[in-house]
Design a protein around this ligand. Structure first.
Ligand SMILES: *Cc1c(COP(=O)(O)O)cnc(C)c1O
Length: 456
């Protein structure tokens, strides 16, 4: 070690650390690992604090045992089913557990998989719809040229991606004052023989509200009686599919509704696992065309897989199982209830400030959004409030509503496990103080429009 020129040098006086790092080309030489560590560590320090990031739905806290398990298993590749058969088996346990949470009628006849997140899960759900429709159309000697998928204009961007990447026409049902979400009332204008499915969202990302899946299903039943089109539903339950089974068990949104063919969720949102893991379950084997499934050898046998990725981390799947074991139904219910109580508490506090109208109050998923009261002020808007809060460390995004309502700006808070009452009070205090600061301005803030880079 004595020949190492860095050994006796204080960290920030070392070669490499004393000069700016190359950004876009690989360095010619090596650097000692402690210096490289320090440089990456320091640059990441400039990111926002994940725990104060109230924009994200994604888990930012799991606890010590989970952190230890993660550190022990980060080297596992999910795709190596033959080499890591127990991780593969745990994946199977997990989607079966989810299927049963979502009231799948016959566990033996269902099928599911983990994914890297809801986006991949939604793509797989969409692909199953598309292929099923193609097979039926071909069998009937009809054209498979123009598939379409029906969804709210407030869908998460992954559905726009699905339609773009896999060449399906998106048919967006606009959100309006009268119909603030997809509720089944206008479906007749959108469904035709080329409709591969309808997406219903449990937990709209903009506002946190549930779309009424049962009403959408009933509307499609009525439509089928009239037109013969048998249109399946995929429930995008990225957040809500891990909330509703615990907090609103009476709401029928899942496989209790026959029209629901598949459900996806993000294990890394209210599944309470670090990013990235998602899940999808199909109600029957029949709902997932066999030709989309690849068989890999597994313990000398055969394992069905379907995925867009090949390699991906296996640790998150183990963490999901850890959470199921650790928390059980009781623990999940307690945690989701606490998040919801905190969300409602903050929402109420915000509604009492006088400047804001709530869009939602956290009573579906623990997420709520508000807008400035119409006519409240010309001096500032929610982007300014967002900036002011950022100076205090809070990341609370403001963004426009979709399409028809894009003149309305909302601001949203996602309450996750780990946002304690105590922190909630700090947040409310800061929102009060910053609102008062903006109100007291003598000259208006410079206008500020939508910021680039916010992806709902
Ligand atoms: C977050 C979200 C997604 C995308 O999920 P990822 O796990 O981030 O890929 C899709 N749909 C809805 C409704 C979401 O909230």
């Amino acid at each position: 070690m004595l020949h190492d020129p860095n050994v006796l040098k204080p960290t920030y006086t070392r070669a490499g650390v004393r000069t700016a790092a190359p950004r876009f080309t690989i360095p010619d030489g090596e650097m000692d690992p402690t210096s490289a560590y320090q440089m990456v560590h320091d640059e990441a320090m400039l990111d926002g604090n994940a725990r104060l990031n109230l924009a994200t739905f994604v888990a930012t806290w799991m606890g010590d045992q989970a952190d230890r398990l993660y550190a022990e298993t980060y080297d596992k590749n999910m795709v190596d089913k033959d080499e890591y058969p127990r991780t593969a088996a745990i994946e199977e346990h997990c989607w079966h557990i989810l299927g049963s949470l979502w009231n799948v009628p016959d566990v033996e006849d269902s099928i599911g998989t983990s994914t890297i997140g809801s986006s991949e899960a939604c793509m797989l759900g969409g692909l199953a719809f598309k292929r099923r429709w193609q097979l039926a159309r071909r069998a009937a000697g009809k054209s498979t040229e123009k598939p379409n998928l029906i969804m709210s204009s407030a869908v998460q961007v992954c559905w726009e991606k699905f339609c773009n990447y896999f060449e399906v026409e998106p048919r967006y049902v606009p959100v309006t004052d009268e119909h603030p979400m997809l509720d089944g009332s206008q479906l007749e204008q959108y469904v035709d023989e080329n409709t591969i499915g309808v997406v219903a969202i449990m937990g709209v990302t903009y506002t946190g509200m549930y779309e009424p899946v049962k009403e959408i299903a009933a509307a499609l039943d009525a439509l089928q009686a009239k037109t013969g089109f048998d249109v399946p539903i995929h429930v995008d339950g990225a957040s809500g599919a891990m909330i509703a089974p615990f907090l609103q068990p009476e709401v029928e949104w899942d496989f209790r509704l026959e029209r629901v063919h598949s459900i996806s969720t993000s294990g890394h949102k209210y599944g309470l696992v670090y990013p990235g893991v998602g899940w999808i379950v199909w109600r029957t084997l029949d709902a997932l065309p066999d030709e989309l499934i690849f068989r890999v050898s597994y313990l000398g046998g055969d394992m069905p897989t379907l995925a867009l990725n090949f390699s991906r981390p296996g640790a998150q799947v183990l963490l999901q199982y850890y959470q199921f074991l650790r928390l059980g139904r009781e623990g999940y219910t307690a945690i989701q209830q606490e998040s919801q109580d905190v969300a409602k508490y903050i929402a109420k506090g915000i509604s009492e400030i006088g400047a804001f109208d709530l869009w939602s109050d956290g009573s579906d998923i623990p997420v709520f959004a508000w807008q400035l009261k119409p006519g409240y002020t010309d001096k500032w808007n929610l982007y300014h409030l967002s900036d002011r809060l950022r100076m205090k460390g809070w990341l609370v995004p403001a963004y426009p509503m979709p399409d028809n309502m894009s003149d309305i700006t909302v601001q949203r808070v996602v309450v996750r496990n780990g946002l304690s009452r105590d922190l909630a009070d700090d947040l409310l205090d800061d929102i009060r103080v910053e609102t008062a600061w903006l109100d007291a301005l003598e000259t208006p803030m410079p206008t500020q429009g939508q910021k680039p880079g916010f992806h709902h």
